[in-house]
Design a protein around this ligand. Structure first.
Ligand SMILES: Nc1ncnc2c1ncn2[C@@H]1O[C@H](COP(=O)(O)OP(=O)(O)OP(=O)(O)O)[C@@H](O)[C@H]1O
Length: 298
């Protein structure tokens, strides 16, 4: 059973592109990263999931409920942090926890206080006196306090210092281990790399990939350094199609491996090499290529 599913989800803002034909499926307990450059369509997708926008084509479902037609029921199942968080200036952790307890009909104050301690958030400090990062922490506490089935977080680490980012990652892992599903958007590769099971990348309103981190790592290019015997005329070497030459430094050829390692090892065993170094998968480079690939949607 999927917790979140979209099919051919499409929304345009008049003549401006929003998103088109976005198909996503996220299962229970998954931590799913939704990545893309500025203006790619991450917030539009999230607003459609929350029922703030109506799809012009396609549909979005959360726990089997239609995100537009059954939006009130959907909101009960979800903890949501908007990208452009706006909170009342008089709100504090204490008054916010009382408010959400009333709205949800359950006493959420003990859990909110527990989360606030983890984020080092003062209970009575009001929004008007908070720094941007502190407001973000309050938004996160209010989104997470009811232990929702699904957490939808639009750029949750924005404004958080590295220590608090690490604390949030820990909390999200704990939530997933308890059975919650996490769907969060980000610009940052390092945070999806360390946290997510799966990643979708959106570019110019269309998905360009949706895959497990494990499979993306297997596809990512690696830097290979081949050091030849000095007697070898390095410019005469015929490289296999999986190797793209980047530069020559003395008797070392620096290449990018665009394929699997075993054929490289087989080829290299026939070469007059004095040394070979194969680097780790370069996810950064793969993501860069996916962000900018020419085959992606216009
Ligand atoms: N209210 C709006 N009216 C018109 N166009 C909009 C509106 N909101 C978003 N867009 C356009 O839709 C596209 C997707 O925007 P969206 O905010 O979903 O991107 P994003 O991936 O969340 O970007 P960012 O990382 O900068 O927050 C952009 O071209 C944007 O200009």
């Amino acid at each position: 059973m999927s917790i979140l599913r979209t099919s051919k989800l499409t929304h345009r803002y008049g003549s401006r592109r929003g998103i088109q034909d976005v198909d996503l499926e996220v299962g229970p307990g998954e931590i799913f990263g939704f990545l893309g450059p500025n203006g790619a369509g991450k917030s539009t997708t999230i607003r459609l999931l929350m029922g703030f926008l109506r799809p012009q084509q396609g549909a979005a479902e959360i726990v089997g409920l239609d995100c537009w037609r059954q939006s009130a029921k959907v909101k009960r199942q979800v903890g949501y942090l908007p990208g452009d968080l706006r909170l009342y200036p008089w709100l504090s952790l204490k008054s916010g926890a009382t408010l959400v307890s009333r709205v949800r009909g359950v006493d959420l104050r003990p859990r909110a206080e527990e989360l606030a301690k983890r984020f080092e958030l003062e209970p009575t400090l009001t929004v008007g006196k908070m720094s941007r990062g502190t407001r973000q922490k309050l938004g996160l506490v209010l989104a997470m306090a009811h232990r929702p089935k699904l957490l939808i977080l639009d750029e949750p680490t924005s404004g958080l210092d590295p220590l608090m980012q690490a604390e949030l990652a820990k909390l999200l892992r704990e939530a997933a281990a308890e059975g919650s599903t996490v769907f969060f958007s980000s610009h940052t590769l390092s945070e999806v790399d360390s946290l997510c099971d799966r990643v979708a990348i959106i570019r110019q309103g269309s998905l360009v990939t949706d895959d497990s981190l494990e499979s993306l790592r297997a596809q990512a290019p690696r830097i290979v350094e081949l050091t030849y015997d000095r007697a070898m005329a390095i410019e005469k070497i015929e490289l296999p199609s999986i190797l793209k030459q980047l530069e020559v430094v003395g008797s070392t050829l620096i290449c990018e491996l665009q394929g699997a390692t075993p054929p490289l090892v087989q080829w290299a065993s026939q070469q007059p090499l004095t040394d070979i170094r194969i680097g780790p998968p370069d996810l950064e480079r793969l993501f860069h290529d996916l962000y900018h690939s020419e085959e992606a949607a216009p």
